[in-house]
Design a protein around this ligand. Structure first.
Ligand code: GLU
Length: 387
């Protein structure tokens, strides 16, 4: 069958700008021998290059480190103790990274490795550092290849499965599409392996108990994530306004096939990543501080512009970079909320000054904006805040 490579068969993928692709161990590594499926990886990277050529940004979340390393060290990964698991990951990750570097490199695409721990997505300053690294790499046209940092992740402090890690990455970078390549082509009403009457579910617009019940028995033979962790990933992605597809990776060119309308379950949220993020900022119950704006800054905000240090007259409260702060106009009304780019002490040092002076005042070059417009929501009916 001739497959178009313009992805026009699937509008959802075609419309997406920032795509996260999750690849499980079972697709990449031959279970019995521990050999890497190089031809499959090469085909996948051709698809990634095609997405890039269409102006999309792509992040790959790939498993396979433990499976590859276990084979080399002759460790049975299913029975491995934590330290063996960590050693296998250390050996396997370097091979995995090399394979991606080669496969993407053959298309002139730069691969970049990011190893994350649970802490990196739960701890605010580390989260922001990871986000900045992602955005900088994407700006340079590189493809971040992400895995859990299994060599240092402990049993309690690890994702354990890359389905949820991929969803957290999608959330971190405000991706609009997450593709989970799996050994099944989506969610079924029951386990299709044991229940012949099971039917495929093509679209989920809201996750309900019925979906969790469907996922109950569907476990993948390999890898740590079954259908339940995929639904958990869908829940995270949807809450971030990111659509997610589960589709089969057991074909060559799975992304191209998805673009041509291959069977998948699409989880489609009601909002966009931008709207979901703004809703989250607006919903922060307790802002950590207040920035007082002059009339010019209030007017700039109303026009959808960022808040610059020059337009801020005073700072109240103790907050760190990345915390939510309340933006208050000269009349004491809360006009907006946003994620602040500097901690309270640094903010105090730069307010009233031009952004060009920031490096001289702080000794390093940070963001020009105190609150970037992407991190800011203008609040509806204005209310006076009690300070
Ligand atoms: N991070 C693990 C690895 O690279 C895999 C986790 C999973 O199975 O999802 O081997």
């Amino acid at each position: 069958m001739a497959v178009p490579n313009d992805f026009s068969g699937c509008e959802r993928l075609q419309r997406s700008r920032r795509v996260v692709i999750k690849i499980g161990s079972a697709l990449l590594v031959e279970q019995a021998t521990g050999a890497l499926h190089r031809a499959w990886l090469a085909a996948l990277c051709t698809d990634v290059a095609a997405l890039l050529a269409q102006g999309k940004e792509v992040i790959v979340v790939s498993s396979g480190a433990v499976a590859l390393g276990a084979q080399q060290l002759r460790i049975d990964s299913r029975r491995a103790r934590l330290q063996d698991h960590q050693a296998a990951a250390a050996v396997g990750q370097i091979r995995l990274a090399h394979a991606y570097e080669e496969a993407l490199g053959s298309h002139g695409v730069t691969a970049a490795q990011l190893l994350l721990t649970l802490d990196d997505s739960e701890n605010r300053p580390r989260f922001l550092n990871a986000v900045n690294t992602f955005f900088t790499l994407l700006k340079y046209g590189a493809v971040p290849v992400v895995n859990e940092n299994d060599t240092i992740a402990t049993q309690e402090l690890r994702y354990g499965d890359n389905d949820r890690l991929a969803a957290r990455v999608a959330q971190m970078v405000s991706a609009d599409c997450l593709i989970v390549l799996s050994d099944v082509d989506g969610l079924y009403t029951a386990d299709p392996l044991t229940e012949p009457s099971a039917t495929h579910v093509p679209l989920v617009e809201e996750l309900t108990q019925a979906h969790w019940d469907m996922a109950g028995g569907t476990r993948s033979a390999h890898g740590s994530g079954g259908m339940r962790t995929k639904l958990e990933a869908a829940r995270i992605a949807m809450s971030a306004g990111c659509q997610m597809a589960i589709t089969s990776g057991h074909v060559e060119h799975p992304i191209r096939e998805l673009g041509a309308g291959a069977r998948a379950t699409w989880f489609v949220p009601g909002s966009t990543p931008r709207a979901a993020r703004k809703q989250w900022i607006a919903g922060t119950l307790q802002p950590k501080g207040f920035l007082h704006l002059d009339a010019g800054a209030s007017a700039a905000l109303a026009e959808g512009r960022s808040l610059l240090p020059a337009g801020v007259t005073d700072v109240d409260g103790h907050f760190d970079r990345g915390d939510t702060v309340s933006l208050v106009d000269a009349e004491g009304r809360e006009v907006g909320r946003g994620l602040v780019a500097y901690g309270a002490d640094e903010a105090r040092a730069i307010i009233g000054r031009q952004s060009a002076a920031i490096p001289e005042i702080l000794g390093y070059r940070g963001r020009d904006e105190l609150v970037h417009r992407d991190d800011l929501v203008i609040l509806g009916p204005q209310t006076k805040v009690a300070l």
